[in-house]
Design a binder for this molecule. Sequence first.
Ligand code: NAP
Length: 238
Amino acid sequence: MQLTDKIALVTGASAGLGARISRDLVERGAHVYGLARREERLGALQEELGSAFTPLPADVTSEEDVRNAFSRIGGRLDILINNAGLGKFGPAKDTSTSDWDLQVNVNLRGVFLCTRAAIPLMQEQNRNTGFGGHIVNVSSVAGLMGNPNVSTYNVTKFGLKGYSEALFKELREDGIKVTCIFPGSIETEFFEQAGVPISDNPMTSEDVSSSVLHVLQTPDNYLVSEIVMRPLRPKLKT
Ligand SMILES: NC(=O)c1ccc[n+]([C@@H]2O[C@H](COP(=O)([O-])OP(=O)(O)OC[C@H]3O[C@@H](n4cnc5c(N)ncnc54)[C@H](OP(=O)(O)O)[C@@H]3O)[C@@H](O)[C@H]2O)c1
């Protein structure tokens, strides 16, 4: 897909990877709707990016917020980046019900609500143009392997792998691509919430965004369904 004049919705656009993908899409001529809760962060990104970026203050876990956000995008959507997410790491026996619910709700319910709202718009576009659009789901290497103290986050990111695989098979005949990405550590604020130190030599948001943009720009009949991304030398002190 050529990105010029395309309409994208990026969840979790207020920070980290989502903000980087939003910048990169705008640089390539797309219009980005950036969805997140922190309005001041979204406002700062709009000041930086100008009219090609529209903030959509919303909580992805709220059905009403997601409905309202989608009502503002004007009936056309080429790209959905389901990026909003978080981890709260710790032993399974100490995991609070609220931390379980929070991770499941943001990382899975949020993706479900946004995807369900996007599919009819992309199907309509496929009927009109022969190509529906592209949904990118941000999982994690934690969606491929379980590890101690990561169990709830593992559940959500494994779940996203299954959801993505089902969607890609369900939607391919509608001309809608679905890609699931599985990054290792990225240098973002993620680790502040996760409650663990970041690895010594993480990837940057730029690294990961560059692969997302590559996947979005593939020829229309070529689908990259999954990508695993890792730092080359995770233990290298920089
Ligand atoms: N950093 C890593 O090492 C790493 C590795 C693999 C995968 N990932 C995944 O990458 C994605 C992006 O994370 P990041 O590293 O960029 O972390 P981040 O810097 O903490 O950003 C997380 C984003 O998610 C948004 N978000 C959280 N809860 C939300 C809610 N209820 N409604 C709307 N937006 C919400 C936050 O916005 P607000 O707080 O403003 O709502 C923020 O924009 C996540 O899915 C994460 O699981 C991260």
